[in-house]
Design a protein around this ligand. Structure first.
Ligand SMILES: O=C(O)CCC(=O)C(=O)O
Ligand SMILES: [Fe+2]
Length: 432
């Protein structure tokens, strides 16, 4: 069994979903990005930066912090960067907003160790030859790892409020298999088939969207409304990272079935997430055939829909908050690729049955056949609107322009992006 302490440097780890098994996993990237320290994680980002600085490692740049339990997606792909003389590993974060690139050299540790932690290595890293990483790189990894240990123990003390002076705790051995979660969507065929089987899929492929109004049965739908509100009212949601007043006014929580039940006791939310996840496998055969017919010469046969491990629970607080017209993904003709791997956006609404879109606002306004528009369609462009009532499921191609109209009553929704990872833009070392 391979452990993070004795990774096999010659071998890239298998692609798939990985869980961060130690905290904090800190890694640095060549261009620092906005730190994404999950709310209520118990860590204070500025304290961590201070700790790094105090540890005498001036060149430490924390760009991203991940904590235990968080899930990341790692592709099996690496890319040689001529200019930087290094390899990059491609990964995605839990919400799959976009991709990130992890530098694989003495500066940012490679896979396996990445699951533990990685950081900037204070010396100039040895250049990697194209091909198998050599001895120097392993040595750099070894040194950097020992540094990580010191930093981590300080972090642990900080978190636990301990001032014991104990510099170092034994790190348990971890198996890479422990952290690997699996590659494909979990399948819940029966429910998903009931909801989107037959005519619904046909409508989705023909029109680019479909709405199913009884995706949850009546009892489940009303329980879903109650639990979504309870979760939201418990201050578990936080402003979206890209929140901009007047443009995007929702607050969010990324949540999976285990968190829904284990942390919040929300069975109905867990069931809803399960249903959304099951859609990927249900839609897969028809979507694959659809891409085949559009692109006879292409690789569409490899299309494998998958889902992110977590769904996005969003609430627009009801003060007129909205989400201006946008696309969740976009084809970039100049690159010949898509911006991210989102193929379909699937949303289950969790608002009371008496929601009145004229009075309460908050409709989802979707503009069919706009995937190739470079800028938002005009408001009077042909569109369809959906009232965000309990149990309504809307699925649409993520590249269609859409918006959330101002909501005058708290408006809650659970969104799952259904992904086609092979469609993602293949090389872009910047992030998000
Ligand atoms: O909640 C909705 O109806 C759509 C939200 C949305 O467009 C998004 O989160 O990207
Ligand atoms: Fe969207």
């Amino acid at each position: 069994m391979e452990t993070w302490e004795t990774p096999n440097w010659e071998q890239l780890a298998p692609g798939g979903w990985w869980r961060v098994v130690h905290h904090p996993a800190v890694y640095a990237m060549i261009r620092p990005i906005e730190p994404l320290l999950p709310n209520n994680s118990g860590y204070n980002y500025s304290n961590m930066v201070k700790l790094c600085a105090e540890s005498g490692r001036d060149c430490f740049t924390i760009s991203q912090i991940h904590i235990v339990g968080e899930v990341l997606a790692m592709t099996a792909e690496s890319s040689w960067d001529e200019e930087e003389s290094c390899y990059w590993l491609r990964l995605r974060d839990e919400g799959n907003f976009g991709q990130q690139w992890l530098r694989q050299d003495g500066e940012s540790l490679g896979l396996g160790v990445f699951l533990e932690a990685s950081c900037f290595y204070p010396e100039t890293p040895p250049a990697l030859p194209p091909g198998i990483p050599g001895h120097d790189v392993r040595e750099a990894h070894r040194k950097a790892l020992s540094e990580v240990r010191c930093v981590r123990s300080a972090f642990n003390q900080l978190r636990d409020g301990e001032a014991t002076g104990e510099a170092w705790r034994e790190v348990p051995r971890l198996s890479i298999a422990d952290a690997m979660l699996g590659q494909c969507a979990e399948s819940r065929p029966a429910e998903a088939q009931r909801v989107v089987g037959g005519p619904a899929i046909a409508h989705l492929l023909r029109e680019g969207y479909v709405a199913v109004h009884d995706a949850l049965n009546e009892d489940l739908a009303s329980e879903f409304v109650v639990q979504m509100a309870k979760l939201d009212n418990g201050w578990n949601l936080h402003a979206a990272p890209q929140a901009t007043p007047g443009q995007r006014g929702d607050r969010l929580l990324w949540i999976d079935e285990n968190i829904a039940v284990g942390r919040y006791g929300s069975e109905a939310v867990a069931k809803a997430i399960g249903l959304l996840k099951g859609l990927a496998s249900e839609l897969n055969p028809d979507l694959t055939a659809h891409h085949w017919s559009k692109n006879a010469a292409g690789d569409a046969a490899h299309a494998v829909l998958t889902v992110s491990p977590k769904a996005q629970l969003a609430c627009y607080p009801g003060d007129g908050a909205r989400y201006i017209c946008h696309q969740d993904n976009r084809f970039r003709p100049s690159h010949g690729t898509r911006l991210n791997s989102r193929e379909l956006t699937a949303i289950l609404y969790g608002n009371p049955a008496d929601w009145d879109a004229h009075r309460d606002g908050g409709a989802l306004k979707l503009y069919p056949q706009t995937e190739d528009f470079e800028s938002p369609p005009l408001p009077d462009h042909p569109s369809v609107c959906f009232s965000p009532k309990a149990g309504t499921l809307v699925i649409f191609f993520s590249s269609l322009w859409h918006e959330v109209l101002p909501a005058y009553r708290p408006r809650r929704a659970l969104t799952m992006w259904i992904l086609r990872p092979e469609e993602e833009e293949s090389w872009m070392p910047t992030v998000f």
